[in-house]
Design a binder for this molecule. Sequence first.
Ligand code: ZN
Length: 402
Amino acid sequence: MDVERVLGRLGDAARPGPTVLFIAGMHGNEPAGLLALERVFKDFDGERGSVVNGNVLALAGNLPALSRAVRFVDRDLNRLWVRARLPGEDARPEDAPSVEHAERIELLRELRKAVRDAQGPVFCIDLHTTSGDGPPFVVFSDTLRNRRFVAKWPCPLILGIEERIGGSLSECMSLSGAVAAAFEGGRHDDPASVDWHEAAIRIAMVSAGSVRAQDMPGYDEARRMLRDASRGIPRILDVIYRHGLRQDHDFEMSPGFPNFTPVMRGRRLATDADPDDPELRVAVTAQRTGRILLPLYQGQGDDGYFIARVISRLWLFISGLMRRCWIDRLVTYLPGVRRVPGPGGKRGGWLERRYEIDRRVARWLAEDVFHLAGFRVVHETDEMVRVARRPHDLRAPEKVDL
Ligand SMILES: [Zn+2]
């Protein structure tokens, strides 16, 4: 698929109101978001565009990968958004070391311009599809502002994937002060994926406040469609495990694990080459009990699968309350938890502080509690996990700093 970087604009940058950024085709084999944006934007052609508050901008992600219909050419573009390593304003695509590094420079230029011109809050929605089957769902970094935004989406809400993969655009936007989420709208080549994306785009525009529900064509139908598609699936899940793949892996997911399949610890999920003897194949079994997410049923990618556990609404409510009342700080006194210096040896304020959880002492519980108390994983090994508090959790910054 050959497309321009800017897929469409609605509203007026000078008009006060939210700035809503949609990104589609961050992975070149996921065209559903582009097709759906085209459908929705058509509804606001000409005069009909006057109902839009603020402005809405739709951008295409990885143009060279889209034209070849592959996930990426050299590098996964949705792993390059590590905030501390973003290129400066003067970076030039022609000097970039890979196709995706050049794409990042161009995309970043558009994002920075939109953020600079914003006259109100900034929302960023990254549109994706999956290689496995299953209903649509929303992935987001667990800040209370992001929670409020996705609460109106009638489909499963997933916490904790972003921080485990590292370098995703929506995590980067969230850390920069925007409200952000990623939508995973069905299997790559399923025609229903385009309908689900269309529904998600309409709902996102209403939840962000760009268009009032009564001015959004097909709004009730959109809500009904997502609700029906995810019937019987738990509403909120927290990712507790990522099965990362080695560079020389030969991972093969067993068939029959659509998104959200419940698995018990020890169940055989896949096979892979033995790291010590590549001639041998070994079974990969579930490390924890929970629901399978994003199983890898395609060649490209380095996440084998994720395991998530179901979170009750009550627990979510309590964790929100904890953060508002600053009780979240108590979790740092749990056994097996110690404070460690932040980046560059800084001890700094609350947001810069790092805590290390010793997995041999604290097991999984402390980690799960930290997660819901608003901490994100910044580094993990088999023995320990290092966490830091999420910025911009309760309040938007004056200006998004990208
Ligand atoms: Zn994707």
